[in-house]
Design a binder for this molecule. Structure first.
Ligand SMILES: [Ca+2]
Length: 309
């Protein structure tokens, strides 16, 4: 067919567009980056614009320069005859070297013993070092760390990786990446009383994982007057095991909290950042008693302080 085409062109006095040995690159999927040691299959599709290609006549895809950093094999056979005008797809097995860097893989058609010819496939491949360093988790916090059944708990995790983190989970649930190092998720406190561990896992983009754990305690709620909160020794003993609820009138207000005056006239400090109460409001508050604070205070989440009047 090629001979006929050449003859026609000679007759009409025009040059042939394609020579006897001609191949046109149609497509390839050689990756631009690989991990060190990674093996992939890549494909190169060439169209034959010259004479018939077959393996008997030594037509092959060849590694330019007779060597290739990603392939020990320097020839890929033509599987079946490729008639002029047809295309053929070669499958290459490429393996990234163990040393990171940028490598060039290039391939061209060759008729061994005769000539190299046609389009050259030249691809730069960035080989990245394998990431074997797992993420680091600096801390896991649960706020509040003592709660009633069903309360909302904010879990926050400080996680970093030498490359990049893919995910952080708590009890298998995905967390949100909220800032540079912090991942968070709101969960509901379990129904059962006592301590509940939380399993946290950070995973980097190479699949390395680091476990960590947090915990919170589910406690019963005891009602206590402002007088008993401030004075009873028994409160100090129970502070680590129970939540306390109290009530009274707001007598003084600060940015972070307020004082509550109970029926006895005693006041108790309530810490509730974000509260919106003013002097004279009648309020119920529940939280964790911190007898070591100065002054001792009931530590509350904003959603656990509410007006009663
Ligand atoms: Ca890593």
């Amino acid at each position: 067919m090629w001979a006929m085409y050449k003859g026609i062109c000679d007759y009409f006095g025009v040059a042939t567009t394609w020579g006897m040995y001609s191949s046109e690159l149609i497509s390839h999927d050689i990756p631009t980056s690989l991990k060190a040691g990674q093996t992939v299959q890549a494909h190169i599709t060439m169209r034959n614009h010259g004479v018939l290609w077959n393996s008997d006549r030594q037509f092959r895809l060849g590694a330019v320069g007779e060597s290739d950093p990603l392939s020990a094999a320097t020839r890929v056979q033509v599987a079946s005859e490729v008639a002029p005008g047809n295309s053929v797809t070669f499958t290459l097995t490429l393996t990234a070297p163990s040393r990171p860097g940028t490598y060039v893989t290039d391939w061209q058609m060759v008729r061994d013993g005769y000539t190299w010819f046609g389009d050259v496939v030249r691809q730069f491949v960035v080989v990245e070092a394998v990431d074997s360093v797992p993420p680091e988790i600096a801390f896991v916090t649960v706020t509040p760390n003592m709660a009633a059944p069903g309360d909302s708990l904010l879990v926050e995790v400080d996680a970093t990786d030498d490359r990049s983190l893919a995910s952080v989970t708590v009890e298998g649930l995905p967390m949100s990446h909220v800032s540079d190092r912090i991942w968070s998720r709101t969960i509901s406190a379990a129904a059962g009383l006592g301590e509940h561990p939380l399993a946290v896992t950070a995973t980097d983009t190479s699949g390395n994982t680091t476990p960590a754990s947090g915990a919170y305690t589910v406690a019963s709620i005891l009602w206590a007057s402002s007088q008993s909160l401030n004075q009873d020794d028994i409160i100090a003993l129970l502070a680590g095991q129970y939540l306390f609820s109290t009530w009274g009138r707001v007598t003084s207000v600060t940015v972070d909290g307020f004082a509550l005056q109970g029926a006895s006239g005693e006041t108790v400090q309530v810490r509730a950042p974000g509260h919106t109460f003013g002097q004279g409001h009648f309020v119920a508050a529940r939280g964790r008693w911190d007898g070591n604070a100065t002054p001792p205070a009931l530590i509350c989440q904003p959603q656990h302080v509410r007006r009663l009047d």
